[in-house]
Design a protein around this ligand. Sequence first.
Ligand SMILES: NC(=O)c1ccc[n+]([C@@H]2O[C@H](COP(=O)([O-])OP(=O)(O)OC[C@H]3O[C@@H](n4cnc5c(N)ncnc54)[C@H](OP(=O)(O)O)[C@@H]3O)[C@@H](O)[C@H]2O)c1
Length: 384
Amino acid sequence: MGARNSPAILLGLRIRQRHNPFSFQSNQSQSCIFLRMPFPSLYDIYQGLRGVNPTTITNDDVPGTDLVGKWIIITGSNNGVGFESAKSFAAWGANLILACREPPTWERHPTAAVQEIKEVAQAHGHQSTIEWWSIDMADLQSVEAFAQRWLQSDRALDILCNNAGVAAPPPQHYWTKDGFQFVHQVNFLSHVLLTLHLLPSIARSAQPRIVCTTSCIHHIASLDLEHFDCGPGMIGEPYKNNKLWFQMWVAEMQSRFLKHPEYLHITINGVHPGFVASGIWSALEHHGILDWAHGLLLRYWAIDSKQGSFGITNAATNPVFGPNPETQGVGSVGGRGGGKYINRIWEAVPKAHCDDPKARAGVWKKLDEELHLQDKGLLAVLGL
Ligand SMILES: NC(=O)c1ccc[n+]([C@@H]2O[C@H](COP(=O)([O-])OP(=O)(O)OC[C@H]3O[C@@H](n4cnc5c(N)ncnc54)[C@H](OP(=O)(O)O)[C@@H]3O)[C@@H](O)[C@H]2O)c1
């Protein structure tokens, strides 16, 4: 498979063609956009392509752990890898809150998801609490309301899975009502806001974990912080760039946790679930040669959502991706701590920006500018 035909690159190409109103407005603007397109290095392309490794993972690779009495929130868990992860967590005994929106009619409704997941829990002998709570990641108020609802429950949150995502904005909705580019807000901003609101509850757990579904595609993204809001002139493409910023934020969060005793025991990692034949691709049009090639790849190469979910469940339960007792004061011997990029179930190299504290600080500052985190008191411990 040639690098230019990789699923990751196909995803980027087609999102740009179809949904970015600032691309392809005229032949002239097309060529300008083309000239501004970053050409990833061969090394980055190689690292990105490692994400399409379809090796079959089994329950022996990810045996899970006893989660009875634990509380888990997963965003985007009525479908795809989030739904399959929720089923595994339920089989291991966890209490679950599925953080979902009222979906489009063709998607599985969260009520049906709860029913299926409850059946899994019961089949494994668990009487856990499994509910869905409404959250719309395209609406910051809804995210804050969800967080307040959780905080009012006065529970410790053991695992937060920041998973919801879209490949492209829906037609007619390039911007959210909050004024942000749709993908930027749903895939990234809302998860940052949610996590920061929930931190006091997460910190109450003995060995909490935060698992963020990023992507191998972050390797071929651009660090264009001048166009953090994904507006006109952005170098690169929103889906990829936001996955890069998300993975950088993961690394920055862990480095800040390590500096603050209140949060030292929290472990956060970014996970690429694999090239998964999930509903996320339905946002992309199916016509022309690229779609034909993409359809073939999805059919014959992509893994299914259950396979994709192993990345999340492994990062949430495997002691290796848990706290490092030497630096975090909790955890078991062999725990590597967080801030990592995990390609499915294997630790992998993130794009170099993730290891660059200056670049990460840039992302951190931009987040404060857009979400007013400091004004909301959400950086009281972690700082600006
Ligand atoms: N599939 C891949 O090859 C691949 C590769 C790398 C990374 N990922 C990442 O994996 C994550 C899960 O994707 P998936 O492949 O499992 O796709 P999926 O089946 O489409 O699942 C995405 C989930 O996000 C939810 N969601 C979308 N917009 C939302 C919103 N505004 N508010 C709340 N929830 C919303 C969806 O809910 P609805 O049912 O309501 O739409 C769905 O539950 C995403 O972050 C994606 O970027 C996927």
